[in-house]
Ligand binder design. Structure first.
Ligand code: CAA
Length: 261
């Protein structure tokens, strides 16, 4: 299915879609045409009922080396402000379906931010994360200062943003940025990400969507508001066929037959 120039798409398992960033000569630098293609693939898969989980990956050497510096270097303020430069990147964070980042090699600047917009991050031991924007006279512009601060705390985020130093997969794991390090290379991290996506795809899609929505509220509300939101969403699932089916199947000691409704 190659309607694309900068990405590849495939369906590696039932209910699972895989998107591979494919701009090897530029280490998957996220130029605007690449992001337009990524957004198209993401919205198509999000709207496709046969897809229930997605995996996003790059190459063995680079998940993505950031926004495209060659594209940005001559831009002026009026152009980026009026044109809402990078605003299209936010589509990923509005997806209903879960997306797992399988990170190998460089995930720098916008590449790190792209991984942070995914729901789960798996990394190979070779993964190198960082927000090096300070080294080119700017700061992160794709959510790095905000999302990193929420995930790894202020002191580390401040250090990384202001020094521009890279950090390893091992550090990312200790800090809770990635849920797991799997090696030795990209092949294994993709395999495990697809396996995880398959498990998610085997659940009720409506419950999965609610679970994702509820966890995301934890980053945007007080604890009390979040707990209330979770409980209301939990209540709402009692209006679904899958709640009846799931609980009946448990009692009847059989596997559930989800209708995703
Ligand atoms: N933009 C454009 N081109 C890039 C790029 C980027 N972010 N990263 C790498 N490339 C290109 C290089 O220019 C080079 O192209 P040429 O062969 O035409 O010169 C090619 O990819 C290979 O890169 P290197 O030769 O530099 O490879 P290396 O192995 O020596 O170094 C690297 C790898 C350390 C990742 C280095 O390429 C690098 O530092 N890249 C830039 C990382 C960066 O600063 N990212 C942040 C960008 S700003 C941003 O993302 C803003 C935001 O918050 C949204």
């Amino acid at each position: 299915t190659s309607q694309y120039e900068y990405i590849l798409t495939s369906r590696p398992a039932d209910g699972v879609a895989l998107i591979t960033l494919n701009r090897p000569k530029a280490l998957n630098a996220l130029c605007t045409p690449l992001f337009d293609e990524l957004n198209k693939a993401l919205s198509d898969f999000d709207a496709d009922d046969s897809v229930r989980a997605m995996v996003l990956t790059g190459s063995d050497r680079a998940f993505a080396a950031g926004a495209d510096i060659k594209e940005m270097k001559d831009k002026e303020y009026a152009e980026v402000y009026k044109g809402k430069f990078l605003e299209s990147w936010t589509l990923l964070s509005s997806l209903r379906k879960p997306i797992i980042a399988a990170v190998s090699g460089y995930a720098l600047g916008g590449g790190c931010e792209l991984a942070l917009m995914c729901d789960i991050i798996l990394a190979s031991p070779t993964a190198v994360f960082g927000q090096p924007e300070i080294n080119i006279g700017v700061i992160p512009g794709g959510g790095g200062t905000q999302r990193l601060a929420r995930v790894i705390g202020k002191s580390r985020t401040m250090e990384l943003t202001l020094t521009g130093r890279n950090f390893s997969a091992a550090e990312a794991a200790v800090w809770g940025l990635v849920s797991r390090v799997v090696g030795p290379g990209q092949g294994e991290v993709i395999t495990q990400a697809v396996d995880m996506a398959s498990i998610i795809a085997s659940k009720s899609a409506i419950a999965v969507q609610a679970g994702k929505e509820a966890v995301n509220v934890a980053y945007e509300s007080t604890l009390n508001e979040g707990l209330r939101f979770e409980r209301r969403l939990f209540h709402s699932l009692f209006a679904t066929k899958d709640q009846k089916e799931g609980m009946a199947a448990f009692v009847e000691k059989r596997a559930p037959n989800w209708t995703h409704s």
